[in-house]
Write a protein that binds this ligand. Structure first.
Ligand SMILES: C[S@@+](CC[C@H](N)C(=O)[O-])C[C@H]1O[C@@H](n2cnc3c(N)ncnc32)[C@H](O)[C@@H]1O
Length: 352
């Protein structure tokens, strides 16, 4: 359909311009999302439709400014404005509620935080020189900065567990745990994955292995899930020391943090320290060999890793090469099995 009074060719040209301008405005939407996520707007409004004056009063904000931000979010599919000045949430916006099982509130607050946005301002320099934008902006690497900021660190681990909760249910269902006795989650963060696996498979015992800062909340998560009697949280550095008593070692959403040299060092650490009969299960994004428009999130995380940690997402052939060069045999690659994440199962002998 043409825009009123314009011929089809002109309408098409204007649509193309609008499509690009909407993408340019992505960072404006990110800022607006950060504001409402930080304020707890979705927790306040829940499934109601409310007047912006009331909302501003309860949130302690400047009403005319809040209203304009909510209108921008209505135009980008996060809020609704069924009557002038009255706002609700779309199903996508409802994911900003802390009580949603699929909540992305902490994820939004982290990925739209000043810590992230400041680092991303260095993208141009990273592209020009290959330097690490986060380290340049902050004067330290990401995990050192995280350890120095306990409040942001807790938020970061909340964001990781929001992502993990959904993937954990898929891993629990998609992998055959029948022959497994103890599963060790390397870089397991707050224990969300181990808690889900032990809940789904009552015969399993589990270990969450992470830095002291990384496992700070794990005991509480395991306790809350009712699996603390079968699970432990063990601090350590997976480059130096890996628990020896597991038979399945999961490493989820970790390799992307590291450049090839460090990723290979981590695999060599696994090769040298895992029991000879153990299985390694890599859970994470596997990029297609060529870029795909329906995989935007995978490419967001790829470039995000470049900016924040000097890491990268990898294709199946890149994973296969890294695993083979460190002595692992790839037994299976299941793309999207932990939707949207994939599962790569590898062993040290090729017979397990
Ligand atoms: C991107 S997070 C993924 C967390 C979790 N596996 C998940 O999927 O939600 C990477 C994890 O690796 C941990 N980590 C980083 N360096 C580590 C090291 N040297 N030893 C152990 N864990 C480490 C971090 O603390 C963090 O919890």
């Amino acid at each position: 359909m043409s825009i009123s009074g314009l011929d089809t060719a002109t309408t098409d040209r204007l649509r193309l311009r609008t499509a690009l301008i909407e993408r340019i405005g992505g960072y404006m939407t990110s800022h607006a999302l950060a504001v409402v996520a930080d304020l707890g707007f979705a927790d306040l409004i829940k499934d109601e439709v409310r007047d912006s004056g009331e909302l501003a009063a309860e949130l302690g904000t400047h009403e005319p400014s809040l209203r304009r931000v909510l209108r921008l979010l209505a135009a980008t599919g996060i809020t609704t404005e069924p009557e002038p000045g009255r706002f609700g949430l779309t199903p996508v916006g409802a994911l900003l509620r802390s009580d949603s099982p699929d909540s992305l509130r902490a994820f939004t607050r982290v990925f739209c935080s000043p810590m992230w946005l400041t680092a991303w301002q260095g993208l141009g320099s990273a592209v020009a020189t290959g330097d690490l934008a986060f380290d340049r902006a902050k004067g330290s690497d990401f995990y050192t900065a995280l350890a120095a900021d306990p409040e942001f660190s807790a938020l970061f681990h909340d964001a990781m567990s929001e992502e993990s909760r959904v993937a954990a249910a898929r891993v629990a269902a998609a992998y055959d745990f029948s022959g497994v006795s103890r599963v060790v989650d390397l870089g397991g963060g707050d224990g969300t994955l181990i808690a889900a696996l032990l809940t789904a498979h009552p015969h399993l015992r589990g270990t969450v292995f992470d830095s002291p800062n990384g496992i700070a909340d794990a005991a509480g998560v395991l306790e809350k899930a009712g699996v603390a009697d079968r699970a432990e949280a063990r601090p350590g550095d997976f480059f130096q020391d890996i628990p020896q008593d597991g038979d399945l070692y999961i490493i989820k959403s970790v390799f992307q943090d590291w450049n090839d040299e460090d990723a290979l060092a981590l695999l060599r650490s696994c090769r040298d320290r895992l029991p000879a009969s153990a299985t390694l299960l890599v859970v994470g994004t596997v990029l297609p060999e060529t870029a795909h428009p329906d995989q935007a999130v995978a490419y967001f995380t790829d470039v995000n890793m470049m900016v924040m940690a000097g890491g990268r997402e990898r294709t199946e052939s890149e994973f296969r090469e890294m695993l083979a060069s460190t002595g692992f045999t790839v037994e299976s690659v299941r793309i999207g099995a932990a939707g949207p994440l994939s599962m790569i199962r590898a062993t040290l002998t090729g017979t397990r």
